[in-house]
Design a protein around this ligand. Structure first.
Ligand code: C5P
Ligand code: MG
Length: 198
């Protein structure tokens, strides 16, 4: 099994890259943002709980997000591994993920952090907002707030996995193919280490 966290600020290309990585490595992609959007579009109780936070660019409370993530992982007992995209966003989420992986007799193997500067991110999100229909992608104040929340609440997750020697930085600027190559190089190196330990 190989379990990866695709990390980085909003608009850093996590979803785009995850779509390519799942094909190459035969993994299950879990995007908590996509799951929330699905729930909201079907107006489920979970969607109703999440929608005000998401509209403001705030984080949905940990217990809600963790519960949703757990259900999704448990729904895939056959998985060869997971790509977590947009999760964990806080230290309690990271601790919950580690516990869940332990219960599943596995672990997080690597956190891959896409590095993109704020200016480029804002441009990318605005461009995405023009076609995504996401209200949180269309308002500059909300975009800036999401970046602020990322810096204050989410970046500590990088350090949390760095303490476990699992965090890696990847240049997230370039063509989709270039960034994909960089990620694959990193994953293959991590994969070699897993084989050596096993
Ligand atoms: O990951 P993505 O950028 O698609 O998430 C969109 C929104 O969903 C976030 O701005 C946040 O409001 C919410 N979210 C969350 N906790 C997560 C993932 C997403 O609160 N772990
Ligand atoms: Mg995304």
């Amino acid at each position: 099994m190989i379990n990866l966290i695709l990390f980085g600020p909003p608009g850093s290309g996590k979803g785009t890259q995850a779509a390519h990585l799942v094909e190459k490595y035969n993994l299950v992609h879990i995007s908590t943002g996509d799951l929330f959007r699905y729930e909201m579009s079907h107006d489920t109780p979970l969607g109703q709980k999440a929608k005000d936070y998401i509209a403001k660019g705030e984080l949905v409370p940990d217990e809600v997000t963790i519960g949703m993530l757990r259900n999704k992982v448990e729904a895939h007992p056959e998985a060869a591994g997971f790509i977590f995209d947009g999760f964990p966003r806080t230290i309690p989420q990271a601790q919950a993920l580690d516990r869940l992986m332990e219960e599943e007799k596995t672990t997080i193997h690597a956190l891959l952090a896409l590095q993109v500067d704020d200016e480029e991110i804002i441009q990318r999100i605005k461009l995405r907002g023009a076609t995504s229909g996401r209200s949180d992608d269309s308002n500059e104040k909300i975009i800036q707030y999401r970046i602020d929340v990322y810096k204050s609440e989410t970046t500590p997750v990088f350090d949390y996995y760095a303490e476990q020697h699992k965090s890696h930085r990847i240049n997230g600027v370039g063509t989709v193919e270039e960034i994909f190559e960089r990620l694959c190089r990193m994953i293959d190196t991590a994969g070699e280490k897993i084989k050596t330990v096993a």
